[in-house]
Write a protein that binds this ligand. Sequence first.
Ligand code: KPL
Length: 308
Amino acid sequence: MKIAVIGAGAMGSLYGALLAEAGEDVCLVDIWEDHVSSVNRRGLIVSSDDGDRAVPLRAVTGAAGLGPVDLILVFVKSYSTGEAARTALGLLGENTMVLTLQNGIGNVEQLGAILGPERVLAGTSAFGGTMLGPGHIRHAGSGPTMLGEISGQSTPRLEELAGVFLRAGLQPSVSDNIEGVLWTKLIVNVGINALTALTRIKNGQLLEIPELESVMDMAVAEAVAVAVKKNIKLVSHPLDHVKGIARATGGNISSMRQDVEKGRATEIDVINGAVDREGTSLGIPTPVNRVLAMLIKGLSTSIKEDSW
Ligand code: KPL
């Protein structure tokens, strides 16, 4: 399968490497020139508990001349989804699939509006990756890749995709309730990301500090109320699920804490901010999510301006 991965951060690069090692024809697309040139020069270096290996991969900073491809895998941060979709326009063939494994909600709709809703599939990833430097990532953990059609249908292209992911060791699991899967992941991020970024703790410590655990409970309860009002079927008991993930990823620095501390934009608008927006439009009170979103905006600004 000819695959373009748009957004070659740690996760995009990791998926690209595993798919290439399984024999797929993969190209990474990213605007980070140092990363792209390093990958082209010496392959992508993947470090893991088993040691380091170089995975030969092609990478480009723009999509000109690359398409058409069979699959566009979108892994950019959610605030760059519109830009990724415009890049993807040049890669479309008649049957090109577009798969988003990004955090937050709203990506499916944005990609569909630009590329055509019929092309878009969605999912979540439980793999862990960290960017160590240009051309160098750490494969930090593995877990299921949930995949599904937005319609919930089982289709030949979904089966084909699951087969490709299976051969690459990406542990695919096909769902007929992908909206429920996306919201369940959203609620994990709602409970963990902003709180760990604000207090600068590791995920597991949220469960050791009763005050933070109760803010987590409140933020999750609001998000669950919004999901229930939208008739979304969450795939497991939400609060237990969030706490289980906080425990399982106890040593992790959440992606939002990393973004804040590195002075990068965060995904707050598609996580706690999105819960607040949806809640407000449905008449569900979401004050905890609103305050968390506001505090993250304040923290991001103060960290950027903090020069002493
Ligand atoms: O998805 C994550 C993130 O950091 O964005 C969790 C599950 C919270 C793991 O760190």
